[in-house]
Design a binder for this molecule. Structure first.
Ligand code: GNR
Ligand code: NI
Length: 168
């Protein structure tokens, strides 16, 4: 297993649109070990989700665990949102935008289809934090970050704050 480096805003590699994963590749040892590395990196950070884009792998998959005791690992390969309903506002953070938090409005409940760790397709309903996290991770796969929902002025403030912190 390995802890992977997480790209940070405004790194332009975070803007890459991820390509679909070949479903037949999911069961391979190489892909499974990549999932292990993603979980290890996410738990160590610590975070509740990690998209492949954040570790400079531009393929459509992500790992999530929103449970308090870190006991419910979820894998989403080639995720698709089938239905979205309602709205919720959640104060989001991102491992690629460290120590910045801002309110983002997203769908309150969603229905998702994806391929799981076993290579089999599944569907699930999600609401609350899990729904937020799935939408946040899917944004990463599309090259999008939560700071994109902020005004240009606020996003510029975030960029300056991170640049200043890097210099310090
Ligand atoms: O760890 C994370 N916490 C979080 C909190 C609110 C909304 C979204 C997230 S996802 C984030 C990990 C991360 O950056 N995933 O891409
Ligand atoms: Ni993120």
């Amino acid at each position: 297993m390995a802890i992977l480096d997480i790209l940070e805003f405004p790194d332009t590699r975070l803007r890459t649109v991820a390509k679909p994963v070949d479903p037949a590749a999911v069961a391979t040892p190489a892909f499974q070990s990549r999932l292990d590395d993603m979980f290890e990196t996410m738990y160590e950070a610590p975070g509740i989700g990690l998209a492949a884009s954040q570790v400079d792998v531009h393929e459509r998959f992500m790992v999530i665990d929103v449970s308090d005791d870190r006991s419910q690992p979820l894998v989403f390969v080639n995720p698709e949102i089938l239905e979205r309903e309602g709205e919720q506002v959640y104060q989001e953070g991102c491992l690629s935008v460290p120590d910045i938090f801002a309110d983002v409005t997203r769908a309150n409940s969603i229905r998702v289809r994806a391929i799981g760790r076993d290579g089999e397709a599944f569907e699930m309903a999600a609401d609350g934090l899990l729904a937020v996290c799935i939408q946040h991770e899917m944004d990463h796969l599309a090259g999008k970050l939560f700071v994109d929902y902020l005004s240009p002025l606020k996003r510029e403030m975030v960029r300056k704050k991170l640049a200043k912190r890097k210099r310090a």
